[in-house]
Design a protein around this ligand. Structure first.
Ligand code: ZN
Length: 328
């Protein structure tokens, strides 16, 4: 089976960060919005280094202001995912950007995204679920409001709660209240850690937020006792190698620890994070992993099964995914 046609499962994808450049350009034009120079001559997002990446990301996503924009964004993102064989994705969505953490407004955005996702499922068979994500550098107070939005809308579609944003802002424990609230509402938990904050940030996140998945988590490799703990406890890492390379967490693909983590028994999965910003796709991630680490069909099969098992969807959806992966 060619790598691009393999059925893939993506667990770590920011909806705004997956916005195709052509979609953002079109929307900016429609709205007559000045987003500055954020594209290169080929029409890709262009930036040099992390601070500029943040500026370009903010400028691009500033045109997304209404539920209808988010419906169209959802459709554009899912069309792109489906093209690379993705059959199931979980996307980070944030009431901070969708209605300013007001529950009623959040429901409108959510409804728009869900409708668009249902349409894509009918058209391309791709399934989408949402993980409400608070923004770490907005602070614990706002995270509580975000957790409230999450708890109010927990169900078949909003299946998880997480935290993204600047990993160096505050401590994981500052957000324990929000994670407790989400857990009580029946949401499954994940958190960005160990992308920038070192192995200790992964430890603190596990201890203080009691999550079952970690977004990135790759810096755990610097603490082998922690790696063994991840393996023993079955903590799943949402690894986004292309993102880590693009942002300079690791200089080259062959320096990336995904292979070593897997060899030591950690459950790793593969995702794209903010794909067009990192000039990647799921097919590209697969191609690079095959080329650099010699991963074959057996490894990818294992990764895909691990991803289906770690997905936050309900049991019936998981069973259906496992069947599709097995080609039944
Ligand atoms: Zn991320």
């Amino acid at each position: 089976m060619s790598l691009s046609s393999r059925p893939k499962i993506e667990l770590h994808l920011h909806l705004e960060g997956a916005a195709p450049p052509a979609f953002i350009r079109g929307l900016a034009k429609e709205k007559n919005a000045d987003i500055g120079r954020i594209f290169d001559e080929r029409g890709h997002y262009a930036y040099n280094g992390f601070p500029e990446f943040l500026r370009v990301y903010e400028a691009a996503t500033s045109v997304l202001t209404t539920p209808e924009d988010y419906a169209r964004l959802t459709r554009a993102v899912l069309a792109e995912c489906a093209e690379h064989g993705v059959i199931y994705a979980e996307t980070f969505v944030s009431p901070d950007f969708c209605g300013g953490r007001d529950v009623a407004a959040w429901r409108e955005y959510l409804h728009a995204m869900q409708e668009a996702a249902a349409e894509a499922e009918r058209a391309d068979g791709i399934i989408l679920r949402g993980i409400v994500t608070c923004i770490r550098h907005f602070g614990p107070e706002k995270a509580r409001e975000t957790a409230r939005c999450a708890a109010e809308t927990a169900g078949d579609w909003i299946v998880g709660f997480g935290i993204g944003g600047d990993e160096m802002a505050g401590k994981p424990g500052d957000f324990a209240w929000s994670f407790d609230m989400a857990r009580e509402a029946g949401l499954r938990l994940t958190a960005h850690a160990g992308e920038w904050g070192g192995a200790q940030s992964v430890r603190d996140t596990l201890d203080d937020l009691r999550v079952e998945r970690i977004g990135h988590g790759v810096q755990a490799i610097d603490d082998l006792a922690l790696v063994d703990r991840l393996a023993e406890d079955g903590v799943v890492l949402e690894v986004c190698p292309g993102s880590n390379i693009a942002l300079g967490v690791y200089p080259r693909w062959r320096d990336h620890p995904i292979h070593r983590l897997r060899e030591r028994g950690v459950k790793v999965t593969v995702s794209t994070d903010d794909p067009p910003f990192f000039h990647t796709t799921m097919s590209h991630e697969y191609d690079m992993l095959a080329e650099v680490f010699d991963w074959d069909d057996g490894v990818f099969e294992d990764i895909e099964r691990t991803s289906a098992e770690a997905a936050f969807c309900d049991k019936d959806t998981r069973e259906a995914l496992l069947k599709r992966l097995a080609g039944r």
